[in-house]
Ligand binder design. Structure first.
Ligand code: OAD
Length: 243
């Protein structure tokens, strides 16, 4: 349970902020029913990342990798944005300067109405060619045709940043620059274990921003933030904008 004081302090900071940056992780989609990665129910507890989410895994067995992403796409397709996603849309509308950075690939921020989330780890609803520069939206992968092929003849792959791969440079550059300019930075539903995403709140902090974390439990960066709000993002975020 959160002290009303912390909620009203953060709420006041939000009202005063001129440059608000929000970084989200899998936790914000948990209340929508999308599995997180770590923790007892996390995907990486039941599946081996190195067999499913690396370029080597795709080269070895593209059909297996595609089947796993199809299963995840099927799960995500049955979900919808929760009050946490919707509160961030409200924040975007009411804040003079606002950037949403997400590690999530589920597309729920777009569906909620966030205008251009910076997607650090890609998008599960996009494919790209493993050889040429083709990239496009793809919501239906015909199961009989997995793995899909590009017009150039090479295999299409999910447009996801896999372990061992670099983040899209332009997206990371923008996220880094906006974090350096932030006066308030909210870190929502991430274990803050995967870098460079997890460095962004610390970049903001070093540049003078106040940093607030919203999570069910303490994380790798809890000792470096100004305020930790412990609870569900789908409950806390709406409270922050209602005060
Ligand atoms: P994790 O699964 O590592 O962490 C999810 C965090 O959300 C945990 O700290 C939970 O305590 C918290 N959480 C769960 N439910 C919550 C709720 N209702 N409200 C608030 N917090 C909640 O997910 P990420 O930190 O996003 O990479 O993982 C980072 C990256 O690792 C992912 O983007 C993914 C993964 O490998 C790629 O897909 C490239």
């Amino acid at each position: 349970m959160q002290s009303p004081d912390s909620i009203s302090t953060v709420s006041e900071w939000i009202k005063q902020s001129q440059r608000l940056v929000v970084l989200t992780g899998a936790g914000i989609s948990a209340e929508s029913g999308v599995p997180t990665f770590r923790g007892s129910d996390g995907l990486w507890n039941s599946y081996r990342a190195e067999e499913l989410a690396t370029p080597e895994a795709f080269a070895r067995d593209p059909k297996l990798v595609w089947e796993w992403y199809e299963w995840r796409r099927g799960l995500v397709a049955q979900t919808s944005p929760n009050p946490g996603h919707l509160a961030l849309v409200e924040l975007e509308r009411s804040s003079p300067g606002f950037t949403l950075i997400t590690q999530n690939v589920d597309g729920l921020h777009d569906l909620a109405g966030s205008t251009h989330p910076l997607k650090l780890h890609g998008d599960i609803w996009e494919v790209r060619c493993s050889s040429c520069s083709y990239r496009g939206v793809n919501r239906d992968v015909p199961l009989g045709q997995i793995p899909l092929k590009c017009e150039c003849g090479a295999l299409l792959r999910p447009n996801i940043v896999w372990f061992g791969e670099s983040l899209p440079a332009d997206v990371l550059e923008q996220a880094w620059a906006d974090s350096e300019q932030a006066d308030l930075f909210l870190v929502v539903g991430t274990s803050a274990l995967v870098h460079p995403a997890a460095s962004l709140p610390l970049v903001a902090k070093r540049s003078g921003a106040s940093v607030v974390e919203i999570n069910l439990e303490p994380t790798a960066i809890s000792d470096q933030v100004d305020i930790s709000l412990m609870g569900k993002s789908g409950e806390l975020l709406p409270q922050l904008i209602a005060v």
